[in-house]
Design a protein around this ligand. Structure first.
Ligand code: DGJ
Length: 385
C-alpha cells in the first residue's frame, strides 16, 4: 500500500514537472520547450497568426562548428509567449545533394517568415552562405510553404538589386573615382562605403546580403533589410507583391556605419530601427534610428540600451522586434546571447521596447510578464539590473 502511494506520488510529481507551465519571460536562462528541451531557434523572428505566435530560428548543434546549418530552420509555437511547443524543422537543409545551395553544412542565419495574403503562402527569407565558402556568398534566400510550420520548399538565393542603383544614389556614387576604383581599393572599408566603391563594385552582380530581417508594413508591402558592402552599409529593398523577390526599388542607409542585426518596428507612423555594430559573435553597443518613411532619411538616435551592460546590449545582439497582439504600442525586442563554443546553448534576451522622448529604450529585466505593457511603470515582478 505504502509503495503504491509512493508510486502514485512520484507519478504526480513527475507529470507535473513534465508539464510545468512558464509564467514569465526570463532572459538569459534556458527556455525549455514542451519537451523540456531548450528552445533551438537562434537569430530568430516571429510570426503571429490567428492567436498563435510562431518563432522561427536557426537550429544549432553542440560544439565548435555548431553554427553551420546541419539541420535547418526550427519552428516553435505559443499562445502566450511563455510556453513553446516544438513544431519541428520548418526548413530542412539538403542532405542528399551536396551541390545544393542549401546543402547540409551551409550557413543559414536569421530566418524570418511572413504571410502573403494575396498568394496564401508563407514566405521564409534567410541569410545564406554556401558550404565551404565562409561568408563570401552573402546571399538572401527564399523558401515557401502552404502551411505555417512547413515544410518550406527552397526557391532561390541571390544578391539583391543586380543592375539597379539605389533611390538615394548620388552622381558620384555611380561614377568611378578619377584614376579608377582600383586605385582606392586598399582604403579603409568605411571610406570605401562612403565613397560608393562597394556599391559600384557589386552593381552588376547584386549587392551583398548578410545579417537581415524582413519587415511587413501595414499597407501589405514588405521589405528586406540587410547588411551589404562588407557589412559597412545597410540596404532596404522592397519585396515583390508575392514576397519572393525584390522589385529593384531600394535604398542604402548609413554607408560606412558598420551595422548588423537589423530589427524594425513601426509606431505612430514612424519607423524605428535597432541594429548592432560588427564584432562577430561578441556583443557590442546597439544603435537605433528613426525615419518618417521606410525610404528615409534615417536619423540616428544612438544606443537604445540604458543601465548596466548597456554598452554590450546586455550581452546580446538584436534579431527581431514584434508587436504583442491585442496590446497597444507593445513591442518585444528579441536578441541572441551567442555562445559560439557551444552554439546550441545560445540564450534569448527578450525585453519590452519602451519609448522615452520618442526614442526606443531598452532596460534590462530578467523576469517579466506581458502585464508590463498594461502598466505605466515597471511591474513589481520585474527585477531591474
Ligand atoms: C555577427 C552576425 O550578426 C551573426 O548573424 C553572424 O553572422 C556572426 N556575425 C558570424 O560571425
Amino acid at each position: 500500500m505504502i509503495s503504491f502511494k509512493l508510486t502514485l506520488l512520484s507519478t504526480i510529481i513527475f507529470s507535473s514537472a513534465a508539464i510545468a507551465q512558464h509564467t514569465s519571460l526570463r532572459s538569459g536562462e534556458q527556455w525549455p520547450d514542451n519537451n523540456g528541451v531548450h528552445v533551438n531557434a537562434h537569430g530568430g523572428g516571429m510570426l503571429y497568426q490567428k492567436g498563435t505566435y510562431y518563432w522561427f530560428g536557426e537550429h544549432k548543434i553542440s560544439g565548435r562548428g555548431g553554427n553551420a546549418a546541419q539541420v535547418g530552420v526550427h519552428c516553435y509555437s505559443s499562445k502566450d509567449l511563455y510556453n513553446w511547443k516544438d513544431e519541428g524543422i520548418a526548413f530542412q537543409v539538403d542532405t542528399v545533394n551536396a551541390n545544393s545551395e542549401v546543402a547540409k553544412g551551409c550557413v543559414i542565419e536569421r530566418p524570418k517568415v511572413v504571410y502573403n495574403k494575396k498568394t496564401g503562402k508563407y514566405v521564409m527569407w534567410f541569410h545564406l552562405e554556401l558550404k565551404g565558402k565562409g561568408y563570401e556568398a552573402a546571399r538572401a534566400a527564399v523558401a515557401v510553404s502552404d502551411k505555417v510550420t512547413g515544410p518550406y520548399k527552397y526557391l532561390h538565393s541571390f544578391r539583391p538589386n543586380a543592375g539597379k542603383w539605389p533611390l538615394n544614389a548620388s552622381a558620384s556614387d555611380t561614377t568611378e573615382v578619377a584614376g579608377g576604383d582600383a586605385s582606392i581599393a586598399n582604403r579603409p572599408g568605411n571610406e570605401l562605403a562612403e565613397n560608393g566603391f562597394f556599391l559600384r563594385r557589386d552593381h552588376k552582380g547584386g549587392q551583398m546580403s548578410r545579417d537581415m530581417t524582413i519587415f511587413q508594413d501595414d499597407d501589405g508591402k514588405a521589405y528586406l533589410i540587410g547588411s551589404a558592402e562588407e557589412n559597412y552599409t545597410l540596404n532596404i529593398s522592397e519585396l515583390t507583391p508575392d514576397y519572393t523577390n525584390v522589385t529593384g526599388k531600394w535604398t542604402r542607409i548609413f554607408p560606412g556605419g558598420h551595422n548588423e542585426a537589423p530589427a524594425l518596428l513601426k509606431k505612430d507612423g514612424k519607423y524605428f530601427l535597432i541594429t548592432s555594430g560588427c564584432t562577430g559573435w561578441d556583443p557590442n553597443a546597439a544603435r537605433s534610428a528613426v525615419a518618417n518613411t521606410i525610404w528615409g532619411p534615417w536619423k540616428s538616435l544612438g544606443n537604445p540600451c540604458i543601465g548596466d551592460d548597456a554598452h554590450l546590449t546586455f550581452h546580446s545582439q538584436s534579431t527581431y522586434i514584434f508587436p504583442v497582439a491585442g496590446k497597444k504600442d507593445a513591442f518585444i525586442f528579441m536578441a541572441d546571447r551567442w555562445t559560439p563554443r557551444n552554439p546550441i546553448d545560445g540564450r534569448y534576451i527578450w525585453l519590452p521596447v519602451q519609448f522615452e522622448q520618442e526614442k526606443p529604450v531598452l532596460k534590462w529585466m530578467d523576469n517579466w510578464t506581458l502585464d508590463f505593457f498594461n502598466e505605466k511603470t515597471a511591474p513589481k515582478t520585474a527585477t531591474g539590473k
